[in-house]
Design a protein around this ligand. Structure first.
Ligand code: CUA
Length: 312
């Protein structure tokens, strides 16, 4: 299994990748051979049977050997393709019984990963290497699609329905994770990484939880939370309004709300806006922010508030 990408394919980072690639290249080269063969034959006939003065077109009878030949030969290929295609599909659909289960919730516009110990991470999915992982996918709003090219898996996340996919990573490192279903303004920002770690490093990641790093101030931790949680997809920190109000100068301001009332931006207003984004919508902005209830812990919300306060 080669972790280096080729000109056509990303690197092979999962157990199923070589099977998928083998099938892909088989169909690819079969198509090349068929294309060249058919076009060459057509060109040959065009020349051989072109209209010439004095030569009259005459219908010929049919050729049983030829007709049976060109019927049976493709059938053999199709049965072969079906057999290996179905086998590969079953491998992709049926996870091993002892797979580690990670709950994945997609929403506009982030990925929220929940690990077996209840810990969450946003944007980046951490997994142990050489261990089957089953992701249980759902969406909180519209269709999204969980796509990890290096694992050769793609599965839609559907509102109100669970979908599953599984993989076993074979190298440690970092590969791309995309949303592969257009889901609105922030679709292109629904991009993260799968971080494949040794079992020991993965256990450490789970144990440390989502706390601050050694010596990190609440403001700096808050900035990291904002980046990891994709807040900055919709909120700028330079004063320019985007999908939502900018955080620059937000603190201590009095906002005009969509319902005609006003609100003073303090700790309680920010906390409520993170957990219940629809409660106090600022005039001029659409009520599109997802809730972070259950995604962010109280201490992370404190850190975010400290960061927004520092952008005064
Ligand atoms: Cu989520 Cu595109």
């Amino acid at each position: 299994m080669n972790p280096q990408p080729s000109i056509q394919m990303p690197g092979q980072w999962s157990t199923v990748a070589p099977t998928v690639d083998w099938m892909f290249y088989f169909i690819y080269w079969l198509s090349v051979v068929m294309f060249v063969g058919i076009v060459a034959t057509a060109m040959y006939f065009v020349v051989k049977y072109r209209r010439r003065p004095g030569v009259k077109a005459e219908p010929t009878g049919h050729n049983n050997t030829l007709e049976i030949g060109w019927t049976v030969a493709p059938v053999v290929f199709l049965v072969f393709l079906f057999h290996f295609g179905f086998k590969g599909w079953m491998e992709l659909r049926v996870p091993p019984g002892d797979a580690l289960v990670i709950r994945v919730r997609a929403k506009k516009w982030l990925w929220d990963f929940e690990y077996p110990n209840g810990m969450h991470s946003v944007t980046d999915l951490h997994v142990p290497v050489h261990r089957a992982v089953r992701v249980v996918l759902s969406s909180d709003d519209v269709l999204h699609s969980f796509f990890v090219p290096a694992f050769r898996i793609k599965q839609d996340a559907v509102p109100g329905y669970y979908q599953t996919a599984w993989f076993e990573a074979v190298h440690t490192g970092r590969v791309d994770l995309f949303c592969a279903e257009y889901c609105g303004t922030g679709h292109s920002a629904m991009h993260g990484n799968v971080i494949i770690q040794t079992q020991a490093a993965f256990d450490r990641f789970l144990a440390e939880g989502a706390g601050p790093r050694q010596g990190e101030t609440p403001e700096l931790w808050g900035r990291r939370v904002a980046q990891d949680t994709q807040c900055l997809t919709c909120h700028t920190i330079d004063g320019t309004p985007s999908v939502g109000p900018s955080w620059r100068g937000l603190w201590d301001r009095t906002e005009n709300l969509a319902d005609g009332t006003t609100a003073h931006v303090d700790e309680n207003y920010l906390r409520e806006s993170i957990l219940l984004p629809g409660a106090k919508v600022v005039r001029g902005f659409a009520p599109v922010m997802p809730t972070f209830q259950g995604t962010l812990q109280d201490r992370q919300i404190d850190a975010l508030i400290a960061y927004i306060r520092s952008l005064h």
